[in-house]
Design a protein around this ligand. Structure first.
Ligand SMILES: C[S@@+](CC[C@H](N)C(=O)[O-])C[C@H]1O[C@@H](n2cnc3c(N)ncnc32)[C@H](O)[C@@H]1O
Length: 212
């Protein structure tokens, strides 16, 4: 099976990426060292579709990068909806603000520059209907524990990169802290009775979690 052909086929047969989002992605690839960290076409359309299904008013995102996924969530919200997105790298702030301005949905995104762990604590409990975890892999479990009380009962968390390039089933190097943390996150989540969960083997692995 030719993976490139299959990927091309897939992209040709799903909802198109809006032109403004395509331009934002292209800029990132050209200007940034890790421009490929964005969710991208397939995952972006998935995030939008899931948001349409849940129909939330308040969304929390950990890890904005250039604002690609935040804008995919925002696309699915009506005017009362807000995406609160947290980014630790203040050098990205101007780029994010520019990118938000390129989208007709940028007004629904509220950017917080700072450390996700401290900013999560500023929100009231039972506030968000949906959260997206996509920041520092080594802190995934800490993020999860911090955000769970902030989520309404019946709310959802989407966690990115939970198969971590397949490394979760390979022998782990002693200094590979990101892989260790993702494995530990997956283990703990699997045994956590407070939530229901399913892992989708899409892209780098996406876990969907529902708070009971
Ligand atoms: C994979 S990128 C996010 C990609 C984006 N969600 C998307 O799909 O388009 C991860 C981002 O998390 C940010 N990050 C890492 N640690 C963080 C922290 N403790 N608090 C907030 N953001 C953090 C990084 O600077 C980086 O921009």
């Amino acid at each position: 099976m030719d993976d490139n052909l299959l990927s091309e086929y897939l992209h040709d047969h799903i909802e198109a990426e809006p032109e403004w989002l395509k331009a934002i992605a292209r800029n990132a690839q050209v200007k940034l060292l890790h421009g490929d960290m964005i969710s991208g076409h397939l995952q972006g359309r998935f995030l939008k579709m899931i948001t349409q299904m849940i129909n939330p008013t308040q969304i929390l995102e950990l890890g904005t990068f250039i604002g690609y996924s935040a804008l995919c969530f925002a696309e699915a919200l009506d005017d009362a909806g807000v995406v609160h997105t947290i980014e630790i790298d203040d050098e990205l702030e101007d780029l994010i603000i520019n990118n938000l301005a390129m989208s007709p949905h940028g007004g629904k995104v509220n950017l917080h520059i700072g450390d996700a762990m401290s900013i999560i604590g500023q929100f009231e409990d039972n506030f968000f209907e949906l959260a997206f975890v996509d920041a520092d892999k080594r802190l995934y479990w800490d993020y999860f524990e911090a955000l769970l009380p902030k989520l309404v009962s019946g709310g959802f968390v989407i966690v990115d990169n939970t198969l971590w390039h397949g490394k979760v089933v390979e022998p782990v190097k002693s200094n590979d802290w990101q892989t260790k943390a993702i494995i530990e996150f997956n283990e703990r989540l699997a045994n956590d009775k407070r939530v229901e969960k399913v892992i989708l083997p899409m892209r780098d692995g996406i876990t969907l979690v529902r708070k009971k």
